[in-house]
Design a protein around this ligand. Structure first.
Ligand code: 13P
Ligand code: SF4
Length: 380
């Protein structure tokens, strides 16, 4: 068995795995799981393909997965079936100082089966842009009055920025509690990278759109805002979005309500305001699942979130009538990159002592990110 450093030449190349059948891949994945036992923890986000989720030891939404990574004690290797920012978060939490002390300094390496599994929303806010925005905001508002809040869908460098500046991380399941935390400290929030989660959450707290200017990092001056609107702001929203959830529209909601009386609309808060305002329930992927699980047989739903999750809910709940809210396919193309072939390739190289695709956050970034993540984990 290996130490965890990624090697230049893995024992196994990826290409041959792509021509194996799913049955063979499943058997080989399970063989590695059998050998490594509880030393190996495979985490799977709800948006993963069914066959990948079925091989995960634990599945969850972003918040649940970060809690699982934070509490893991037996495991010595984490393989993260999700996207890049999730694996970074797992690396930071699983290797925080108290966990390292428990393990006499031994790190738990985190692997992402496909390094191209990023998040297009996270890529919409780069650290240089956020730092430039902070400096620009400081010309018109006292930045001591602003709490930076980053959605967990962001690079570790942005979480570290929040850690350094009295800020915090949020997920879609705790955004309201995190904004309460922030407003107990400062009058204003800079929220990045998802404008929709920020807006939908703040609107429910009574903050108006007029108090939420949108900061466009590509605009010439002040993110495209007047100094007056920034001075009147409560939440400055970063101009980022999820290309999957932004596809859902109010017209989709109206069509379903006309066609199917009594149907309930259940959406993720990354959907635009027009969709959230019309929805019966809005919540994280975890809340979407719990809502369907708790509903009586015969309930009709149109669900606005990633396609793999909606299809899984459909097959797991035949007693309910479940539809995908959009007539066109909206799936997360980067989550989809993780398939059985990449998972098997990652596991067999790990077992062979030639690990691939390790995600490791540098010490300084991890230290500051952890501060912002711990603030989040402590928010009730
Ligand atoms: P959750 O926080 O609901 O898991 O969502 C993560 C995500 O990427 C949604 O697009
Ligand atoms: Fe990112 Fe959207 Fe994919 Fe979630 S669904 S990982 S926000 S691109």
């Amino acid at each position: 068995m290996s130490d965890s450093a990624v090697v230049d030449s893995p024992k196994f190349e990826l290409a041959p795995y792509k021509s194996l059948s799913n049955d063979e891949l499943v058997a080989r994945i399970d063989a590695v799981r059998g050998v490594l036992g509880s030393k190996l923890l495979i985490l799977g986000h709800h948006y993963q393909q069914d066959e990948v989720v079925a091989r995960a030891d634990l599945r969850g939404d972003s918040y649940q997965l970060s809690q699982l990574a934070a509490s893991s004690s037996d495991c010595r290797y984490i393989v993260f079936c999700g996207v890049h920012f999730m694996a970074e978060t797992a690396d930071i939490l699983a290797n925080r100082p108290e966990k390292l002390a428990e393990r006499q300094g031994v790190r738990v390496p985190v692997y992402l089966p496909d390094m191209a599994a990023g998040c297009s929303m996270a890529d919409m806010a780069e650290i240089d842009q956020v730092e430039a925005a902070w400096a620009d905001l400081g010309e018109v508002i006292d930045t001591e009055e602003i709490t930076p809040v980053t959605y967990i869908n962001s690079a570790a460098s942005l979480k570290a920025f929040c850690g350094r500046h009295g800020g915090i991380v949020c997920t879609s399941s705790n955004a309201a509690a995190v904004l309460d935390w922030a407003f107990a400290r400062t009058r204003r929030v800079l929220f990045f990278p998802d404008q929709h989660l920020g807006r939908n959450t703040a609107l429910k707290m009574g903050i108006t759109n007029a108090q939420m200017p949108v900061w466009d990092p590509l605009a010439d001056e002040f993110g495209g805002n007047s100094t007056e609107s920034l001075q009147a702001s409560r939440v400055v929203l970063w101009k980022g979005h999820c290309s999957v959830h932004q596809m859902f529209t109010a017209a989709h909601v109206h069509q379903f309500r006309e066609r199917t009386p009594g149907i309930k609309i259940l959406v993720h808060p990354e959907c635009p305001q027009e969709v959230n305002d019309l929805a019966d329930v809005s919540g994280s992927t975890g809340k979407i699942i719990q809502t369907v699980e708790a509903a009586p047989a015969g309930t009709k739903w149109a669900i606005g979130t990633e396609l793999h999750l909606v299809n899984r809910l459909k097959s797991e709940h035949p007693e309910q009538e479940i539809h995908f809210l959009s007539p066109v396919v909206c799936m997360c193309a980067t989550m989809y990159r993780i398939d059985l072939a990449h998972l098997c390739w990652t596991l067999e190289n790990l077992q062979a002592g030639t690990p691939v695709n390790r995600i490791e956050v540098d010490e300084e970034t991890a230290r500051w990110s952890l501060i912002a993540l711990q603030r989040m984990l402590e928010v009730k």
